[in-house]
Ligand binder design. Structure first.
Ligand SMILES: Nc1nc2c(ncn2[C@@H]2O[C@H](COP(=O)(O)OP(=O)(O)O)[C@@H](O)[C@H]2O)c(=O)[nH]1
Ligand SMILES: [Mg+2]
Length: 404
């Protein structure tokens, strides 16, 4: 990897984002509520089940209890008795390859990345002796597919040890590739554990604008509601009126209470502080805090995030219990740079990688695992509330190389 190029690419991406944001903000300004207009904390509305037809054919999570109507704010739902820490998918859920099953959705989501990774393998290894030249070509191909220099070297070493001089077919290479990739991913494949007994377990969600923070919060909210938990959202990206509205809509759809700023641009830390107090009083079990991602003003963003953390700790010194960094897979190597930057700002506890469905750069997840060793909790493979999956090493690796 060339840090120089990465920094340049990151600046470019930021510049693009800034332009898009300025345009969006100009549009929003017209639609924004007048200054001083208070947006009330809305009592949670009835959860709206997403009809299966709309949900990419996804079945409800097995083991999930039917979503129950959320109580009005005045009548807090008591914490479920003896609730255990929860994962977003009960371990019992099989990785079925059946159409509509989540593995098939993960696999089809990864299709573009798979094509990028395997086209080379197929032409290189129809039937060939694995010699030095072949290994070199393989390594180059892996780097091109965004797996990063270190992970690519490690994979090729594995091939050298086990298969050097042997005649191999493309199918054998794919299977071996899946194994080598899974070995790199296994140490980081941990689900994000949320402990409802903390009432609330606070998840601070950070990342560059447009990576999918708000969407991921919505998807998580839906899953927690399906698991029978009470869940709140904090619309901490207070400058963008559209961002607040987006979260309010998701709150209504999922039955999660939304804590919105009194006016656009209100202090995000103050909002988070009030939201945590309200969530404690109501016994809300999970609180997901959305944040701004204006990386072009790094110092200001760092100050804002640190201030949010500081005020949360004033009420609960163990909060935030998770700091989830959301990365957009389509940005490829840029995602690596973003991890470095956000790790300097806050104590990131895990990653969510989104837009794997629209990306040819899913290989970057392997580079992330190799370079940082941070837990990869979940992957986004689409825009609907169903399209968030826990990250499992073997399934992801096999999906990436196109195997069942
Ligand atoms: N295809 C696809 N789109 C996604 C995914 N996650 C988020 N998006 C889209 O990416 C865009 C930005 O997402 P948003 O949550 O607003 O990003 P934020 O600025 O980080 O909050 C939206 O149009 C989302 O629908 C995903 O996993 N797949
Ligand atoms: Mg957002």
């Amino acid at each position: 990897m060339r840090p120089q190029d990465d920094a340049g690419a990151l600046r470019e991406a930021e510049a693009r984002q800034q332009t898009a944001q300025r345009e969006a903000e100009a549009r929003e300004a017209a639609a924004a509520p007048p200054p001083g207009h208070a947006v009330e904390l809305r009592p949670p509305s009835e959860p709206v089940a997403i009809p299966p037809a709309q949900a990419s054919g996804g079945a409800p999570l097995p083991g999930a209890v039917a979503p129950r109507p959320a109580a009005p704010a005045a009548e807090p739902v008591p914490a479920a008795p003896a609730a255990e820490p929860v994962l977003i998918a009960p371990a019992a859920e099989p990785a079925t390859a059946a159409p509509g099953g989540w593995f098939s959705r993960l696999k089809s989501g990864l299709a573009r990345s798979t094509a990028r990774l395997t086209e080379g393998v197929t032409t290189l290894f129809r039937k060939r002796r694995l010699d030095e030249a072949a290994l070199e070509e393989l390594e180059e191909m892996l780097i091109t597919a965004d797996l990063g220099v270190a992970a690519s070297a490690r994979i090729v070493e594995g091939f050298r040890r086990s298969r050097f001089g042997k005649e191999v077919t493309d199918e054998e290479v794919k299977a071996a590739l899946a194994e080598e990739i899974a070995a790199i991913l296994a140490p980081v494949a941990h689900e994000m554990e949320v402990d409802p007994r903390r009432a609330p377990h606070v998840v601070l969600v950070v990342g560059v604008n447009g990576t999918g923070k708000t969407t991921t919060i919505a998807k998580l909210g839906r899953i927690y509601r399906e698991l029978g938990l009470t869940c709140g959202f904090v619309a901490g990206d207070t400058f963008r009126a559209a961002a607040v509205e987006q979260l309010q809509i998701w709150g209504e759809r999922t039955g999660c209470q939304v804590h919105a700023p009194a006016k656009p641009g209100a202090d995000a830390a103050g909002l988070a502080f009030d939201a945590l107090r309200a969530a404690k009083e109501a016994g809300t079990q999970v609180l997901l805090v959305d944040t701004a991602g204006r990386l072009h003003n790094k110092a200001a963003l760092m100050e804002e995030l640190r201030k949010i953390i500081r005020v949360l700790k004033r009420q609960d010194e163990t909060a935030p219990h998770s700091v989830l960094l959301v990365l957009d897979a389509t940005t490829g190597q840029n995602a690596l740079q973003q991890v470095k930057v956000f790790k300097e700002m806050v104590a990131v506890t895990g990653l969510a990688v989104t837009k794997l469905d629209g990306s040819a750069k899913g290989g970057v997840v392997v580079a992330l695992a190799q370079e940082f060793g941070l837990p990869v909790h979940m992957v986004g493979v689409g825009e609907t509330a169903q399209d968030l999956r826990p990250f499992t090493a073997r399934d992801f690796a096999r999906g990436l190389v196109g195997l069942d």
